[in-house]
Design a protein around this ligand. Sequence first.
Ligand code: NDP
Length: 237
Amino acid sequence: MKEKLVAVTGASSGIGRAVAKAFAREGNPLLLIARHMPSIPDLAGAEVTYAEADVTDYEAIEHAVRAAETRWGETECLVNSAGFADARDFHAVSHADFSREIDVDLKGVLNCTKIVIDAMSRRKSGTIINISSISDRKTAPAAVAYTASKFAVRGASESLREAEGKNNVRVINIAPGYVKTNIHASMGISFEQYCALLGNPDFMSAEMLADIVLFCWKLPQSVCIRDLVVAPTRTSF
Ligand code: NDP
C-alpha cells in the first residue's frame, strides 16, 4: 500500500528536521515547510516536497499543502513543529515581539491544523501531532508569551481531540523539555549562553524526540497518546 503524506512544519531545523528524517525512513512522502527550507541531503531519493512559507500566512500554507496533496494524496499526518521562544524579561519585550510569538507559536498551529482537519474528519482518518512544550503546563518568569502560547496549544490540542475523536482523528500533544536544537539562534545567543540561561541542564537529542513522535504515530489509528511530557531525567524544571 502506498504510504501517506506527512506534513511537517519547522522542518528545516531541530525537532522538525529530525521528525522529517524519521518519517522518511518509514517511506512516507513528505511536505516540509519552513520560511527558509533548503533540501535536506539525507533525504535524497525520498519523496519530498519542500515549501517556503510562514505558518502565520494561512494562504501560503494552504497553497503549499494543496500542491503537495496533488502529488501525494491528502495529508494523513501533520506535525506542527514550527515555533520559537523569546526568553527575555517581559519588560524588554515589545508589543510587536510578543504578538509575533503568539501568532507563530499558537496561531501557526491552528492555521496548519485548519487546512487539513476537514478532510481528515471526512475520511475518518488522520493524525495531528503538536510539538508543544513542557511550558504548556509549567510557568516561567522569563518566557511569558511563550508560556501563554504553549498553554493555549495544549488547550487547543485537548479540545480538538475531544471534538475529533469520534471521527477517528488523533490529536497528540507532545510536551518536550530541553532538546538540543537551534532554538537559541532566534534569541540571538549561542548554545553555551542558552545553557547558562537555563542553569546548564542536560539536553536530549532531536533524534530521540523524533523517535518518540514516530512511536506515537505508528500505534494503531484506534489508539491515541493524548499528551506526552518528555524531558531529560536529570532536570527539575
Ligand atoms: P529550531 O529553531 O531548531 O527550529 C524551529 C523551526 O521552526 C525551524 O525550521 C524554523 O525555520 C521554523 N520556523 C520558525 N518560525 C517559523 C514560521 N513563522 N513559519 C514557519 N516556520 C517557522 O527549534 P526547535 O526544533 O527546538 O523548535 C521546534 C518546536 O519545538 C518549537 O515549537 C518549540 O517551541 C518546541 N520546543 C522546543 C524545545 C527545545 O528544547 N528545543 C522544548 C520544547 C518545545 P525558519 O526559521 O526557516 O522558518
